[in-house]
Design a protein around this ligand. Structure first.
Ligand SMILES: [Zn+2]
Length: 429
């Protein structure tokens, strides 16, 4: 028994760049079974989503975030990265616990769902709680317990390994290791992370080249730049998610490309913390790096919307280079969707038989209507959109703007109680 996306106005495949008009998508057991103009006689459906006036796309992927930071959203604004971390965020995070992280990540999951994000790469403390929260809503997560060398809040490599073993991987959950950065993890820790990750075939998710200061710190500690340190330690591989990469040299771009690493562009967070530069995305794409998008945590953005990040990232790059041709809409949309699936290691959605059935639908509201022959990415990337339906692993999670089988009010109430209990504002005085 399957799910039918019926009479689709337009279905877009970011990998081929093709739009299929007036079609039907039949889904079985989490994967695309058939795509065609006519309904199949053998199609047995228990759910039908009418898509007559909707565009169907693969879901958005948020490839770098810290979901539980919804609890700290709005708490520390208008500060530099170092002051923001040292004076505000890290002291507040000392007060988090398993339960608070769970309810904060559930609220974040609801936000992801409404904005059409179907898969997320998260890095945080109590990551087993984040993984449970996200998968309980039916979304996919690559979950990385954060690792520091300084024993910050139960975040040693040993504790991370325990967390990784605490819940078995499944279709919605994959584990990774999350060494915070080269400046907060020692060389020994990073070497141990590489060994542990290799042995278990885990991905490694790390902050890289986020600021000029982080690069200066790396040069002071290691006598090398951050990507060079990762290269020397053998961490540059297809299993690496390198978040930010704002302040990196041409040589570092080359190293990332040669290693096959994935880079997560987080332009909104970078601009909000005023990192000054814009990540050299065109150079990375030119060198063959798999670039995807992340919002970063809701304390430094404050939105978890990948669509917003996609538009902002494209515009800031064009403006920064005085060149509107530097990034086209089709590439932006691929970065926001299928490139993210590859980075996280989940099966990639598409319109071929056997592709993962992770789709969103975008209704043709007045804000999305244009010339009917305009290219789909041109419409979707730069316009304001809403998401009406979300399907992950063939399961409908949001139908006609309403979450299915989710008690939204309960999630909001639990979040409010946890937020009041955290009482971070007494830290401000
Ligand atoms: Zn981050």
């Amino acid at each position: 028994v399957g799910l039918l996306l019926k009479e689709v106005y337009a279905a877009y495949d970011p990998d081929t760049g093709k739009t299929v008009r007036d079609t039907n998508i039949y889904i079985e057991d989490g994967f695309v079974s058939e795509v065609g103009e006519h309904l199949g006689a053998s199609w047995k459906t228990d759910t039908v989503i009418e898509c007559k006036h909707k565009i169907v796309l693969p879901g958005f992927v948020n490839a770098h975030t810290h979901l539980a930071m919804t609890l700290l959203r709005g708490y520390a604004e208008d500060l530099s990265l170092q002051e923001w971390l040292n004076a505000k965020i890290w002291p507040a995070e000392q007060r988090l616990d398993q339960h608070k992280v769970f309810v904060a990540a559930r609220l974040a999951g609801l936000e992801l769902l409404y904005s059409g994000v179907t898969a997320v790469a998260d890095m945080y403390f109590f990551e087993d709680s984040v993984a449970s929260a996200v998968t309980s809503l039916g979304l996919r997560i690559l979950a990385a317990p954060t690792i520091f060398s300084s024993g910050f809040m139960g975040s040693s490599l040993r504790e991370a390994i325990n967390t990784v073993g605490s819940i078995r991987e499944n279709r919605l959950l994959k584990w990774a290791l999350g060494p915070h950065s080269t400046y907060s993890c020692s060389k020994d820790t990073l070497e141990e992370v590489r060994e542990a990750a290799e042995g278990r075939e885990l991905r490694v998710h790390i902050h890289v080249g986020e600021s000029r200061r982080s690069q200066v710190t790396a040069e002071t500690i290691y006598g090398k730049r951050e990507v060079e340190v990762l290269g020397e330690l053998g961490l540059l591989s297809q299993r690496l998610l390198a978040a930010h990469c704002v302040w990196i040299t041409k040589g570092e771009v080359e190293l990332l490309a040669r290693g096959g690493a994935n880079v997560v562009f987080c332009p909104v967070s970078n601009a909000k913390l005023a990192e000054g530069g814009v990540a050299p995305i065109p150079e990375m794409l030119g060198a063959g790096v798999n670039v995807c998008l992340g919002t970063d945590g809701p304390a430094s953005n404050n939105s978890l919307s990948v669509h917003e990040t996609m538009k902002f990232g494209s515009l800031i790059l064009k403006n920064h280079r005085w060149d509107p041709t530097i990034l086209d809409a089709a590439t932006s949309l691929r970065m926001a969707t299928t490139n993210g699936y590859r980075a996280l290691g989940f099966p990639v959605p598409g319109l071929k038989r056997g592709s993962a059935a992770d789709f969103i639908t975008v209704p043709l509201t007045p804000s999305l209507h244009g010339h009917p022959k305009a290219a789909t990415p041109n419409m979707v990337v730069y316009s304001s959109i809403s998401v009406s339906d979300v399907v992950v692993n063939g399961e409908p999670l949001l139908v006609d703007f309403h979450p299915i089988k989710i008690d939204e009010q309960k999630i909001m109430d639990e979040f409010e109680r946890a937020a009041l209990d955290l009482d971070i504002h007494e830290l401000s005085s």
